[in-house]
Design a protein around this ligand. Structure first.
Ligand code: NDP
Length: 486
């Protein structure tokens, strides 16, 4: 392994920690069912910890089978009433939730960063504003549903179960809850075990918005609760974001059942740099594509395909740029790369990186001081990667980019599509026609041109192949929550 000191000039920044004294966390959070926080039936609580310090933040209930049953009942009872609320009034609730997210944005950003390890800059500027934007967007759709589905008549599905991962806890909750509620469904949301807090704050917001009891239920718990939710009677649809392995298990469990399903799963997205691209701009896009949120991003540009003629130049520029990344305290406003979400995820990243070295790829990891406590992995670059190496094939879900090269456009397309996944891709080129040609040939749900990891509530997001099916965002995001009557 080679490491490098930072740049020749050392830029010293004074620490710029975000204040945490404005955060009003409870010591203990129960389940949110039928509009109220409740104790779990079997009294089980687990601490949720800050991955940057390993310190507990709060205790959170673990929902068991009886809680799940009660939550399904509450959601079922609430659903006809919620669907009967005039659409324009339903919109107002979503609008209120969006406004309250904005009002509590600073607090939500800090909690998201403390619970998940992501840099405050990202939770403040991306996660929380986008979560509010999703509620605003679907508030606008609530009374225009038929225009989102080609002027057909629709009805809600009923009760939906939603399972979200730990990489964008509040944002994924918003992606799922906002369209479901706008369409007149009621929902049970299970946040990930390591990041339940922002969903519980969203439950407080739902109370403040006076959302009718039972419309939004939040059930914190572990993977076993997720599995039970999928199999629970009385659920009309499951929406899942997470690993392909769990997605497969869910699909198998629902085979032959009437429960509808959408899956947003893993990826190994290709970020393709052509020789005619603005290379410095591309390097910024590569950095954003893979180091944003420590690479804990389903659509991370983790397979970097560079045209051979500019390979050395781009890798040189990228490596220099990586040397300037600031890794450390996620609450510091200058931090670029925060903590890895959990000890378990750190072990997964370490194992895959070790496999990359064993298989003969060349590893370079930036030299930086990492805090003594917490879970950390410094930004890493693999070159001399062959398409059969595990680091070129498997989702690492960490700050690790694997570089492959190509000579022609056709080879770039073939290599990019040579993956069981198909979630996203990036194309860096100065030629518009080339970008469109390549984009149409790529088997990826989202293709960015001369940008990466750019999200907007009006745009559909979702995968091909083993990256899942169904779309979230925009009018396409209404479909999975509606039944077309005629
Ligand atoms: P999981 O797929 O296990 O977790 C996603 C969500 O599903 C969590 O809420 C989890 O609960 C829940 N869950 C776990 N097991 C089941 C089950 N059998 N049935 C229903 N729900 C379940 O992801 P991990 O957290 O284990 O991460 C593993 C790998 O998955 C990562 O390294 C990464 O490669 C990939 N991943 C991909 C994501 C994406 O957006 N594409 C997001 C997260 C992970 P709990 O957390 O409480 O166990």
């Amino acid at each position: 392994m080679s490491t490098q000191t930072r740049t020749s000039i050392v830029w010293d920044y004074a620490p710029a920690p975000e204040a945490t004294d404005h955060v009003r966390l409870r010591e203990r959070y129960g389940l949110f069912v039928a509009g109220e926080f409740r104790q779990p039936a079997d009294g089980r609580y687990v601490p949720t910890t800050n991955p940057a310090t390993e310190q507990p933040i709060a205790e959170v209930a673990v929902a068991g089978p009886r809680d799940l049953e009660a939550a399904v009942r509450a959601a079922r009872e609430a659903q006809p009433g919620w669907a009967a609320v005039p659409a324009r009034e339903r919109a107002k609730y979503l609008f209120r939730i969006a406004r309250l997210i904005q009002e509590r944005a600073r607090e939500l950003a800090v909690v998201e960063t403390m619970d998940g390890g992501k840099p405050l800059r990202e939770s403040r500027d991306v996660d929380i504003p986008l979560a509010a934007a999703h509620f605003f967007h679907y508030a606008g759709w609530a009374d225009k549903l038929r225009y989102g589905v080609n002027a057909r008549e629709t009805r809600p599905l009923g009760v939906v179960g939603q399972i979200v991962p730990w990489n964008f806890p509040l944002l994924m909750a918003a992606w799922k809850l906002a369209p479901a509620l706008a369409c007149g469904n009621t929902a049970l949301l299970k946040p990930a075990e390591t990041t339940p807090l922002s969903a519980l704050l969203l439950a407080e917001i739902a109370q403040e918005a006076e959302l009718p009891p039972g419309v939004m239920n939040i059930l914190p718990g572990d993977g076993a609760l997720g599995a039970a939710l999928v199999r629970a009677p009385g659920i009309d649809k499951i929406a899942f974001t997470g690993s392909t392995a769990v997605g497969r298990d869910i699909q198998a469990a629902l085979a032959g059942r009437a429960t509808r399903l959408t899956l947003e799963l893993g990826g190994k997205s290709a970020n393709i740099v052509f020789e005619d691209a603005a290379l410095d701009q591309a390097v910024e896009g590569i950095v954003n594509g893979i180091f944003f949120n420590q690479g804990h991003v389903c659509c991370a540009g983790s397979r970097l395909l560079i045209q051979e003629s500019v390979l050395e130049e781009v890798v040189g520029k990228l490596w220099r740029r990586m040397g300037q990344l600031r890794v450390g305290d996620p609450l510091d406003k200058n931090t670029d790369v925060g903590a890895i979400n959990s000890a378990e995820q750190l072990r997964r990243i370490e194992a895959l990186v070790a496999a990359g070295e064993q298989e003969g790829a060349t590893r370079r990891t930036i030299a930086c001081e990492l805090p003594e406590r917490g879970y950390w992995f410094a930004p890493t670059l693999f070159t001399d990667v062959s398409p059969v190496h595990r680091v070129a094939k498997e989702e690492i879900f960490g700050p690790v980019v694997s570089v492959l090269s190509f000579r022609t456009q056709a080879e770039a397309i073939e290599k990019a599509n040579n993956s069981p996944y198909g979630l996203a891709a990036g194309i860096w080129t100065d030629k518009g026609a080339k970008a469109f040609e390549v984009a149409s040939a790529l088997k990826a749900g989202v293709v960015w041109q001369n940008t990466y990891n750019h999200f907007d509530p009006t745009a559909a997001f979702g995968g091909y192949k083993e990256s899942g099916f169904g779309r979230e965002g925009g009018p396409a995001g209404l479909r999975p929550y509606l039944e077309v009557v005629r």
